[in-house]
Design a protein around this ligand. Structure first.
Ligand SMILES: C[S@@+](CC[C@H](N)C(=O)[O-])C[C@H]1O[C@@H](n2cnc3c(N)ncnc32)[C@H](O)[C@@H]1O
Length: 264
């Protein structure tokens, strides 16, 4: 076996171990096109994103005047989904929305997404920042009604269609991403006000980056937060959240979503 195949071989082995006979079906579903949905409400141009991602923001109980922080925002799908949902469920004009993205190039893409899909005054009203989300809690505490942590993750759907990246894959990757996800979730919990909501999302398959991260956060913040599983009308309940997987959810996902509410 050539060295360049080792990542792919190790990947297959781990996912087969975790999902057993289901892996073949799930793998095939990940290679099909995602189940896209068209976001239109409140937008000047249609934005297409995975149907489960679009639904996920309905787990945020938006009220006019709320302060919302999207910690990992590029390319902007959830930010637009929040505003599009608010268009019908609250008053988008009165949401105070901050969209953060650490990568300069991806932040430029986020800006373009907002400018191309929102009325000019609404795009201008979104505060775009470029901080390391893991450190946000050091600077702002108890400041937002809702914090969305759509964290960097294994993104197996993308990985399977990127042979060069797959060849470099190792089991250390999901471990490292779970550590980052936990750090960003911790910052999100700190930044949310008492009574506020934290939405933790990944497009990862493994429990390590999903329920295990929530379990670790509950160990540290258990007195300050409670789990409030969202009802988004799709997916399978897990220990702390919901998982949408394309082999059983009409090609939508992968998406893991957990909702935490900060205790008053
Ligand atoms: C899963 S993507 C977000 C997708 C986005 N929410 C959407 O719906 O379109 C994760 C994003 O987090 C960014 N990111 C990774 N580490 C970060 C960090 N420490 N602080 C802020 N952003 C980070 C990545 O560059 C990437 O754009």
């Amino acid at each position: 076996m050539g060295k360049s195949n080792r990542g792919g071989e190790a990947f297959e082995q781990l996912y087969h171990e975790r999902f057993g006979v289901r892996w073949a079906e799930l793998r095939a579903a990940l290679l099909r096109s995602p189940g896209y949905c068209a976001l239109e409400d409140g937008l000047t141009k249609t934005y297409y994103l995975d149907g489960a991602s679009a639904r996920s923001v309905t787990a945020v109980p938006l009220q006019a005047g709320d302060r919302v922080l999207d910690l990992c925002a590029a390319p902007g799908g959830k930010t637009l989904a929040v505003l599009s949902t608010a268009h019908t469920r609250a008053t988008a004009d009165r949401l105070e929305l901050t969209a953060n993205e650490r990568s300069r190039t991806r932040r430029a893409r986020l800006q373009r997404t907002l400018q191309e899909h929102l009325p000019a005054e609404r795009a201008a009203a979104v505060r775009v920042t470029g901080h390391d989300a893991r450190r946000w809690g050091l600077y702002e505490q108890e400041a937002y009604d809702h914090v969305i942590a759509d964290v960097p993750c294994s993104a197996e759907r993308h990985m399977l269609s990127a042979p060069a990246e797959l060849a470099r894959w190792s089991p250390a990757r999901p471990k490292r991403l779970a550590i980052d996800g936990y750090a960003i979730l911790s910052a999100a919990i700190t930044a949310a006000r008492a009574g506020g909501t934290v939405l933790y999302l990944t497009c990862a398959l493994l429990e390590d980056e999903n329920d295990a991260v929530i379990a670790k956060a509950l160990q540290r913040f258990g007195r300050r937060v409670r789990v409030a599983p969202p009802a988004i009308g799709i997916g399978t309940p897990t220990q702390h959240g919901i998982q949408v997987l394309p082999d059983v959810d009409n090609d939508q996902g992968p998406l893991y979503i957990a909702r935490l509410v900060k205790r008053s």
